[in-house]
Ligand binder design. Structure first.
Ligand SMILES: *[C@@H]1O[C@H](CO)[C@@H](O)[C@H](O)[C@H]1NC(C)=O
Length: 303
């Protein structure tokens, strides 16, 4: 009994072990099988079905989304495949319709919200955004957006002015004159007499009042005074702050403070520019005069 019983138990346990193993391994095998089946199937069946599928795809406006359509075509055959492709085609045409109406989430915002969102962008970003599409171009050219950017980048002053060509143009004009004004100080730092000669308008009415208190009138006298200053002075390190520009069509003036060193007070300066032949020229420079306080006479600066 024991002899006949034991093998049956052994067989039973062996059978159950086999069943358990099959049950455990079957999903794994199926997974591995399907993994190997996909590329194999697409390689083999693709040429056979491609002609028909190609025609279907060409008939629908889905050719712009080839990736999705191709994988759907290769993974499915028969009715199931047809249904899936229909779904893909429906999705594609939905996307196409959305693209045609140009309705992205950003563009569906209320204009006030868009303007607010744009107020967080800086100057290059706003310019880049305006190049994306017509709706964004309209939003990025919004007058209030540029007024906000002007206030952020330059000054809160001039809140009440109404620029004739809008705030975007005014922003650009202000940025241009700021760059010209920066160039003035770069010329002083590099002591370039030729550059300073080109920077001034060649006219008899230009005037320059240096920090020394000396006053020069007329192009030749003004230019000579800079030549003397560049030859005479040693290197001065200075910082320019509180730069404010007001730009009209062909005239602009800039006020600023120039700190030669931290201890002494600032030189208060004004530059006046005129627009001639497509560029800005300096016609007037006025620096406040350093007062000889406490025998500290070494702080004088031309400029
Ligand atoms: C420039 O103006 C400031 C006031 O903003 C004044 O304290 C300073 O003395 C002035 N500088 C000169 C050199 O006059």
């Amino acid at each position: 009994m024991e002899i006949s019983y034991n093998p049956s138990i052994a067989l039973q346990s062996h059978q159950s072990l086999i069943i358990a193993t099959i049950v455990t391994l079957l999903p794994l095998l199926l997974a591995v099988w399907s993994l190997f089946k996909r590329p194999h199937k697409s390689n083999v069946s693709a040429p056979a079905t491609s002609t028909g599928k190609e025609e279907t795809r060409q008939a629908t406006p889905s050719s712009s989304c080839n990736g999705a359509t191709d994988s759907a075509a290769f993974l499915n055959d028969g009715r199931a495949g047809a249904v899936d492709e229909e779904m893909v085609t429906a999705d594609v045409s939905k996307v196409a319709a959305e693209m045609q109406s140009g309705a992205s989430m950003m563009e569906q915002l209320v204009p006030e919200i868009t303007t607010h969102a744009l107020s967080y962008l800086d100057y290059p970003s706003l310019c880049r955004l305006s190049m994306t599409n017509s709706l964004m171009r309209k939003a990025a050219n919004d007058d209030n957006a540029w007024k906000a950017l002007y206030h952020k980048d330059f000054t809160l002053e001039q809140d009440s002015v109404t620029p004739v060509n809008g705030w975007k143009a005014y922003y650009a004009a202000t940025r241009a004159i700021m760059n010209v004004n920066t160039e003035f100080f770069n010329i002083i730092r590099s002591r370039s007499f030729p550059a300073m000669s080109c920077f001034w308008l060649n006219a008899d009415y230009v005037k320059c009042i240096h920090a020394s208190g000396e006053h020069y009138s007329g192009y030749n006298a003004v230019i000579q005074s800079w030549q003397v200053a560049f030859n005479w002075e040693q290197d001065v390190d200075f910082q320019v702050r509180d730069v404010r520009a007001r730009v009209l069509t062909d005239m602009a003036w800039v006020t600023m403070k120039t700190f030669v060193d931290i201890d002494s007070g600032p030189f208060n300066m004004t530059n006046v520019f005129e627009f001639h032949h497509g560029r800005w020229y300096l016609v007037h420079h006025h620096s406040s005069v350093m007062l000889p306080a406490g025998g500290d006479m070494g702080q004088q600066i031309h400029g």
